[in-house]
Design a protein around this ligand. Structure first.
Ligand code: ADP
Length: 343
């Protein structure tokens, strides 16, 4: 693109000079030459030089005017770039002309729009992040002060301590999720990949979360053949932990959760289905956004970062994840992963 632009700018410059000279030549032929022939008649030495001099003098302003007009879009872009360097992402250039210059102006406007929205997302992220952090800290402080004042029954004390433990757990989960998201967002390649069986990793994740599902009478139905896989296993653990704990969290007591997996043409397909509360259609398009919590989240604690983290990890692994849901009937999460992410 840059090469083509340089070429076209070079041609523009040559065209300006040619057109400028042509115009001044025409003026010379029709205006200055008749005048010069008169000079020639009166002055034999100066006569032939006068039309040439006048033609050069005329060619300079004409060429510079034409080149200034044709370089205007680039000049506008230079000015816009200076505004961007001062942090003003609202600046746009007029999309004039055709060919490579027009393409460059369009790309420039797209780039500034993208930069502007990234900046807005960054500000939103900081605002939500500080709010999410502040809320548990404020409640922990409130409960701790109330405990310090004394005069509470044993039950009240136990209840307040439970709140403190719950809120500090939320805080620590939030901090680790934020750190993980920012780590994986800045990562372009998956490091420390090893060969392992994905089905085994999913089974282990289900068992590790037993304390969450067993007391609520939930049952798991697994249909997982051997799924040899290569990836960073620690990173993939976050995917299963988040998806399974969501399925558990949003299931009704005594409900069932189904996990199945297949492998075909170098790709692994995993489905996690629950028969829980489901997701409202208006929430479904946002559940993978950072800090987004749907209506169903009112029944369970969370921070809206789990699925954003899952999405980023799956993306980093070269796969994809989709969600389907029927309110009141349950949700299904489908993952497609290349057996070798580097492929
Ligand atoms: P949270 O910490 O709130 O669970 P997530 O990012 O994991 O955050 O999920 C985002 C939102 O998606 C949740 O608040 C919830 O509304 C919805 N959600 C995710 N998984 C399920 C599920 N299995 N069933 C119903 N709703 C779900």
């Amino acid at each position: 693109m840059i090469r083509r632009l340089v070429d076209s700018t070079r041609w523009r410059f040559i065209a300006c000079v040619v057109v400028g000279n042509l115009l001044s030549g025409l003026v010379s032929a029709f205006v200055w030459l008749p005048l010069a022939s008169r000079f020639l008649e009166s002055d034999k030495t100066l006569g032939p030089w006068i039309p040439m001099l006048l033609s050069i003098l005329l060619a300079i302003p004409i060429s510079s005017f034409i080149s200034r007009v044709s370089a205007k879009p680039i000049q506008n872009m230079v000015e816009a770039t200076k505004s961007i360097s001062r942090g003003d992402y609202s600046v746009r250039v007029e999309e004039t002309g055709s060919g490579d210059i027009a393409e460059l102006l369009r790309s420039f406007n797209r780039m500034t729009a993208e930069l502007g929205s990234t900046e807005m997302m960054r500000n939103d992220f900081i605002n939500i992040f500080s709010h999410e952090f502040k809320t548990p800290i404020v409640s922990i402080r409130g409960f701790a002060r109330r405990l310090r004042r004394g005069g509470l029954t044993r039950e009240q004390q136990a209840e307040y301590l439970d709140f403190i433990v719950e809120e500090s757990e939320r805080l620590s989960k939030l901090a680790s999720n934020v750190l993980l998201i920012s780590r994986y967002e800045n990562q372009k390649l998956v490091a420390e990949q090893t060969d392992y069986d994905l089905d085994e990793q999913i089974r282990t994740s289900v068992l590790r979360l037993e304390s969450q599902w067993a007391p609520r009478g939930l049952i798991f139905e697994l249909d997982l053949p051997r799924l040899p896989y290569r990836n960073n296993s620690e990173m993939m653990e976050h995917v299963w932990t988040n998806l399974i704990s969501n399925a558990v969290k949003f299931s009704r007591d005594g409900g069932a959760i189904f996990i199945s997996g297949t492998q075909e043409n170098g790709r692994i397909f995993v489905t996690i289905r629950d028969e829980g509360v489901g997701i409202r259609p208006q929430d479904l398009g946002h559940i993978f956004d950072k800090f987004y919590q749907g209506d169903s989240s009112r029944m369970a604690v969370g921070n809206g970062l789990g699925l954003a983290l899952v999405h980023r990890i799956v993306e980093l692994s070269g796969g994809s994840i989709t969600a389907e849901s029927t309110l009141g009937k349950g949700s299904t999460f489908r993952l497609e992963l290349p057996v070798h992410p580097a492929d």
